[in-house]
Design a protein around this ligand. Sequence first.
Ligand code: PGA
Length: 247
Amino acid sequence: MPPIFIANWKMNGSRQMLTEWLHALRDAALDPKATLVLCPPSPYLDMAAALAQALHLPLSIGAQNVHGEPKGAFTGEVSVAILQDVGCRYVLVGHSERRRLFHENDTLVAQKSLAAQQANLIPIVCVGETQEERNLGLTQGIVETQLNAVLTHAGPSCFNGAIIAYEPLWAIGTGVTATPEQAQTVHAGIRSWLQQKIKGASLVPLIYGGSVTPDNASQLMQQLDIQGLLVGGASLKASDFLSIINA
Ligand code: PGA
């Protein structure tokens, strides 16, 4: 499976930063086999897609969120059709910041994932446990509950063409990365859950996110069941993101 590297800028960036970042990638030697995705804030999606294309970058654009309904009176929201119209191919669903700060529950996340899949966008379904849940030994159960919600809502083809991102909440933006062994253990658990529940389970890439840096990327990527990385803070500087890809 080709490696996947996703840059999640969250609520950061500017037109100037986007231009400089994409030019830095153009000037770098990129592995043509790797899947690269940039998720900037939604007002920059259109520009990002157009500029990446103009620069002939082997990079796709993803949104950080989407609404589950096709259209209508949902002030402030964006639909899958709008994302496609501006050149997105990917969309994050169920990022822990959306779940925690914006009260998105498992069912809503499942709706979003299905809407994305039906529109031929690639949903990146994010799952993960809190520190407290980990301390109580609940990690695998929490992750499976989150995945089960998608399965229940969208059926056994729910992860066809999708990506699953394991992002432990205690590792996101904290500087505390899961050790490669901790990440591998959960990824192996997700892989085995997929094999029991889903057709074509081996084709679903599993990626890790949570305080990924140029220093820990290589060790994480060496784990058997880690096919890629979802990078927040360290993706804001093109040079750091490039170091992560090249690690
Ligand atoms: P972080 O964020 O790399 O800054 O920890 C990862 C994410 O939230 O996707």
